[in-house]
Design a protein around this ligand. Structure first.
Ligand code: 6PG
Length: 237
């Protein structure tokens, strides 16, 4: 695991954007790089800076965006991960429409999980039946969750499905979530953790114990795992 600590949230976001561009540039220009994005509030600044400061140096035609997880709400809802990404990034860049493959949070959750999984399977290479993303960008919650795999839902770490329906335990909000195996098999798993509320989960990811789903992913991912964090989040390491 490689941990990158930067002074503040913006510097952390910039370092992560530069790393993603570097990973994309490692491929020939006809290769599509399949990136699964997380939502929540943490990536909003990174998305904004990506559009504002790195638009011209990003080979957008080479990038395909998918989602790690989506809340079961329409894209216009303020809770929508796609909506947040659209407002901060997608509406400001010249990314071919077909390179944005969203989870339709407005659909029936179980049907959408199956539909999205089937769509992913037509677009990504597979190894032993597991679709392989080039990059899975993860956040984590202070309760230790990642994707929308919450404590108590650890069965999703080993589920046969690529996408499954989970539930945010406090609000009961349903989510369509990428399960553990495709995350663990991704070529690059990258966590973005900023702010002091992430200090415990970051310490758990770096520690040896599988304290929660995020830590489990950090310890069991088969390829490169990187953590981008600011000093506030790194307070306990
Ligand atoms: C979501 C996510 C989720 C997120 C964490 C952290 O839809 O909520 O994709 O896994 O990364 O909950 O969320 P914050 O960035 O809002 O703290």
């Amino acid at each position: 695991m490689i941990t990158h600590i930067h002074d503040n949230e913006a510097e952390t976001a910039r370092a992560l954007i530069e790393r993603i561009i570097q990973l994309v540039n490692e491929h020939s220009s006809d290769h599509k790089v399949n990136i699964a994005l997380s939502g929540g509030s943490t990536p909003a600044l990174m998305f904004r800076l990506w559009a504002e400061e790195y638009n011209n140096q990003t080979p957008w035609h080479q990038i395909r965006f998918f989602w790690v997880d989506e809340r079961c709400v329409p894209p216009t809802d303020s809770e929508s991960n796609y909506g947040m990404t659209y407002d901060n990034l997608l509406c400001k860049i010249d990314l071919p429409k077909e390179n944005v493959v969203r989870v339709k949070g407005e659909n029936h959750p179980e049907e959408e999980a199956r539909r999205y999984e089937a769509q992913i399977r037509t677009m990504l290479p597979e190894e032993n039946g597991i679709p392989i993303f080039d990059i899975v960008l993860l956040g984590a919650g202070d309760d230790g969750h990642t994707s929308s795999i919450f404590p108590g839902q650890e069965y999703l770490l080993n589920a046969q499905e690529v996408y499954a329906v989970s539930m945010q335990p406090q609000s009961g909000q349903r989510r369509v979530a990428l399960t553990g195996k495709p995350i663990i098999h991704a070529k690059n798993v990258i966590f973005l953790l900023t702010g002091k509320a992430k200090a415990t989960v970051l310490a758990d990811i770096i520690d040896q114990n599988d304290a929660g789903p995020a830590a489990y992913i950090g310890h069991h991912a088969l390829n490169t795992v990187e953590v981008y964090a600011d000093k506030a989040a790194a307070g306990q390491i």
